[in-house]
Structure formats: C-alpha cells, structure tokens
Design a binder for this molecule. Structure first.
Ligand code: SF4
Ligand code: SF4
Length: 447
C-alpha cells in the first residue's frame, strides 16, 4: 500500500508545462528496489521459518511459530488472512503483485536481462561469425549461466516444503531416490526450463493468479492507461520495446498480459520528457484514465475508493487480529486428560479404589518440557502409574495411562469431584481439569 502511494506520486501528469516528470526511470527504480527486497524475502522466509510448510513433519511455520497440522483454528485464520490479503491486493492494486513482487516475474526479467547481456557480448566478441553461429553460442552460454541460479532458486522453493538443512544434505549427497531429493531435482529441472524457455509465458498461459486478478478487478482497480487527448504520442514505440510482456499499452488498458509494472510509463516519460512534454501513459484508478491522483483525498490516493474496499480491509484487520490473538494464546505444550471409563472403578488387592485416566501431551516448542500432574479435591488421592515428571522432547507427543487411587475411607460413596493439575516446565500457566473420581455407590458389607 505504501509503495503504491509512492508510485501514484511518482509522476504527475497534470503538472503545469515546464514541470514535466524528469525523463528516466522512476518506476523502474522503485520496481527494481522492491523486487530486490522481494528476492531477499523469498530466500529468507523458509530459511528462518518465517513462512514454510514442513511436509515430512506436518508442520506449518508462521513468523517463527511452529504450528501443527492439528491446530486447525490458527491454520484456518492464517489461510483466510493470506487469502483476503491476496484478494484485497488484486481488487485495489490490480496486478501489482505480478509487476512488483512475484518471484516468477523477477526471475523471468532477470533471465531476459542475462540473455540480452550475453547476446550483446557474444555479438561483439564473435563479430566475424555467422548470425546462426552467434545465436547458438549465445543460447549455449545462457543455458550454462542458467544452471546455478536455477539450482539455487529451486533449492529455496523446495525449502518452503522440506527443512532447508535436510534439503542441503540431500543435495550434497546427490540424493535422487527419496521423495525430498526427487522433488528437489524435479523443481530444479522445471526452474531451468522456466529460465531458459518459459519466462513470462508462464504468467499469461499458466499462472492461475493472473486470471484471478482479472476476475477480482472492478471499476476502481489500479490500471496503466494510455491517455493522449492532445495527441502527444510520437509513435516511437519505446513503450512497446520497454514492456517485459511485449504488449502495446496503447491498444487497451485491459490486456490480460499487462502486469501494471509501469515500465512503459518510464519509457514514454523519457522520450516525451526530452521534448518537455508529459508522459501519455500513466497509472489511473479504474477505467477513467484522467482521474490521476494529486487533487484527491489521501484515502482515495491509496486506493480506498468505495465501501467494498473498506469492508475487505476491515475483514483483513479482523482476521489479522484473530490470528494475533490465537498465536498469542497458543501454548507450546498441549496437555489433555481423559477418563477411561471402560471400568467405572476397580478395587485393588490392597483395598484402594482406582480410577483410570489417560494423559495426552504434545510439545510444540523447541526445547524439552516436563509435565507434572497433581490432584486436589480428595485429600487421600494419589496418582499412580505415571512418572513424577513426564519428559517431552521438542516436537514429541506421548500418551500414558495412569490411575488416581484412594483408600475407601478417603472417598465419599459414588461420585467425588476432583481437579487434576498439570504443571508444565519451562513455564506455562498451570492447567487444571475438573474430573470425577468414582467410588463404590454402596458401603462394603461388614463381615
Ligand atoms: S504495458 Fe506497460 S504496465 Fe503493462 S506490462 Fe507492459 S510495460 Fe508493464
Ligand atoms: S513511448 Fe510514448 S510517445 Fe512513444 S509510442 Fe509509446 S506512448 Fe507514444
């Protein structure tokens, strides 16, 4: 949102003559800076457990918190939050994701830049060779250059699903037998294919998000427009040459391929700026290409232009708050206690009454934890069949049967209300479970 705010101010089409936008690359610079940050984020997210799914262990990591697949509420809120974020971004800022943030687009543009650079160098170095020979040399060098980045980005991508360290070991041992190794090899091959051949074709032919964005856009969504009421365009076609998607924005603002990257804005600005004219390509909200931003209120400038947008942002805020609360309330060690009523009670040889219970505990944290149970409400009751401190390894789960035992004289006939307490170390608020201790309903007959 902040970025778009900057963008919408980056050039000002309604400025007075003589104050034209400086020719050059304002959007391009912003875009390349944002893209560089995105690549770093893309690489760092899985490495630091900020966001990744650990398929082998069935875990989901979100901002350092290890969520178990069984934690449905948090997973649900996370998915809803991300989904609404994506929908809100597409509705308000159109294909801003594609033009500025998408790793696939960044990778494709980097592949194009690399290929152009290599082709120029080969043409210069092998100027005496035939066109065909130079073409083959260029392609061969591009493909060789493409292998290391393909391997690296495939590694990062697979790290979103397999622990990075584990993946690194598989890579070092050339593992193509296990599922993780096969996945790594397959993604490397696909990434290389993308680098070498597919590039932006993926965006227009395969990517579902591109189609989704077009479905979510409405009459207020950010677009790039060709707007030339004074016939300033000199038909230089620099906007077409600058377009990473190879389209001509002058034909329509609603082309499926357009990622709203604004490279054409910079291109036009650089050409017409030399003639002291303003660019005729510009960002605009919705179909009205003249509604550029400077005279409008701040909330309209950042895209909040109708109630629908306010609603979706409120919804986003609600889910973000719910998620923050759910994560805040989350306890690393989950303890549950259930009575085992296959037998209401048993009487042991020593005359003690026993009730059976089941302890289930999971340690979702990163350090070893211990669970200590105690019982109150029945002074004579003791816990039997369970260690004093039940040890839980990080990521581990246990299930234990145990008994609450009491002498006949210590319990009332029938149902006794008791409370089981679970103390977790390292510190977690103590847990208590209200349970029943069942004793015989009639006093034993006197001999
Ligand atoms: S037409 Fe302009 S905004 Fe659209 S993809 Fe091409 S350069 Fe980017
Ligand atoms: S860069 Fe500007 S002037 Fe040149 S063809 Fe495109 S719209 Fe016209």
């Amino acid at each position: 949102m902040v970025v778009v705010h900057v963008l919408t101010h980056a050039s000002k089409p309604h400025q007075a003559p003589g104050k034209v936008t400086i020719p050059g690359s304002r959007y391009h610079r912003v875009r390349k800076t944002v893209q560089t940050i995105c690549v770093l984020i893309f690489i760092l997210l899985p490495l630091f457990d900020i966001m990744r799914v650990d398929i082998p262990r069935q875990r989901f990591y979100f901002f350092g918190v290890e969520l178990w697949i069984s934690e449905f509420a948090i997973l649900f809120l996370t998915m809803m939050f991300l989904w609404i974020l994506i929908a809100a971004m597409a509705m308000i800022y159109g294909r801003f994701w594609c033009g500025y943030l998408c790793p696939q687009m960044i990778f494709s543009e980097a592949a194009n830049t690399t290929e152009n650079w290599i082709t120029k160098r080969v043409n210069r170095t092998c100027s005496r060779s035939s066109d065909k020979t130079r073409w083959w040399i260029s392609k061969a060098v591009v493909y060789i250059f493409g292998i290391p980045p393909s391997m690296f980005f495939a590694f990062v991508f697979v790290s979103y699903f397999v622990p990075p360290l584990d993946l690194f070991h598989r890579l070092m041992s050339f593992d193509i037998r296990t599922s993780g190794g096969i996945l790594g090899a397959a993604v490397t091959a696909v990434t290389f294919f993308d680098f070498a051949f597919l590039r932006q074709r993926f965006c227009t032919a395969i990517c579902p998000y591109g189609y989704l964005q077009n479905m979510l856009a409405d009459k207020h969504t950010l677009l790039v427009h060709f707007h030339d009421p004074q016939h300033m365009c000199i038909n230089c076609a620099k906007c077409v040459r600058a377009c990473p998607m190879g389209i001509d924005i002058r034909k329509s603002s609603h082309q499926l391929e357009c990622t709203h990257c604004a490279e054409c804005v910079d291109a036009c600005s650089s050409i017409l700026g030399k003639m002291n004219r303003q660019t005729v390509i510009q960002y605009g909200w919705g179909d009205d290409s003249s509604n550029f931003v400077e005279e409008q209120k701040w909330y309209r400038r950042i895209g909040l232009r109708d109630g629908k947008r306010i609603v979706i942002l409120v919804l986003l805020l609600i889910y973000a708050t719910g998620l923050a609360i759910a994560i805040g309330l989350r306890k690393p060690v989950l303890v549950r206690i259930f009575p085992n009523r296959s037998e209401l009670y048993t009487v042991a040889a020593d005359g003690q009454i026993h009730n059976h219970f089941r302890l289930l505990a999971s340690n979702r944290g990163h350090q070893q934890a211990t669970v200590t149970l105690s019982v109150s409400g029945l002074p004579s009751a003791t816990i039997t069949g369970l260690d004093q401190n039940v040890v839980l390894a990080p990521g581990g789960s246990i299930e234990h049967q145990f008994d609450i035992a009491s002498p006949v004289s210590g319990a009332s006939l029938g149902i006794n209300h008791i409370t089981l307490h679970a103390q977790v170390t390292p510190t977690q608020p103590p847990l208590s479970f209200d349970e029943n201790f069942i004793a015989p309903f009639e006093a034993p007959a006197k001999p």
